[in-house]
Design a protein around this ligand. Sequence first.
Ligand code: UP6
Length: 257
Amino acid sequence: PNYPMQADRLTNSECKLIPKLLSIMKSKQTNLCLSADYTSFEAIEKICHQVGNYICALKVHHDIIEDFSAEKGLMLKELSEKYQFLVVEDRKFADIGNTVKEQYAGKFKVSDWADIVTVHGIAGSGTVEGLKTALPEEMLQERAVLLIAEMSSDGSLAVGDYSKGVLEIAEKFPDFVMGFVCQSRIGSDKFLRWMPGIHLAAEGDSLGQKYKLPEAAVAQGADILIVGRCIINADDPVAVVKECQKRGYAAWDAFGY
Ligand code: UP6
């Protein structure tokens, strides 16, 4: 099949963070997003210095980091500027607009340091609208969301009409939605597809996670590969990052995106 080239996607996308991310990916030759699911901030800082040059994004769950604070968030932002990657807070906002607006700008100041946040569509388009209204006008172009259209876990309910509904939400806010967290080539090509559930050796975990290889993820439609425990639980995380970077980018590049 003929998939659009990167240049087409750049021109078709209204979300300003898309060309920024694509240029990072191209210049660093990486479509790897490290899911840095560590429980200490020190571990996150350490891995940034070790692998910052080989990733296009770093994803965190700020609420599992025991010593997290809004100041640590700004430190993460500084690290991302030093090594040129985007910061994703995987908060999976899911509530009504007014509540997520408070959560986004609230205690941990996620909107100050996360380039991208993840959002569920379960509550309808008001969730995305609520996040948007938390941002001052001048910051709108520097922030984006990823909508969870499908999930990697066994028995996920985010399928069929639900996933289609999520795509419709994206079409309402093409300037603010960067793309989807998904498991297939879903939605319009002006959006980027981020795919978790990737591992070089395991098929899954004991709690419903399902894994595929980087090459399979790209064949399924992934632009950006989200990899967590395969890297962070490895004896040599740097070596695994380099392998995921090399294999993931080669597969993606071969598709001629
Ligand atoms: N994640 C998934 N599947 C989804 C959406 N998000 O695994 O459908 C997130 C998890 C975790 C990371 O919350 O942070 O991606 C995957 O981690 P792993 O590679 O260690 O399984």
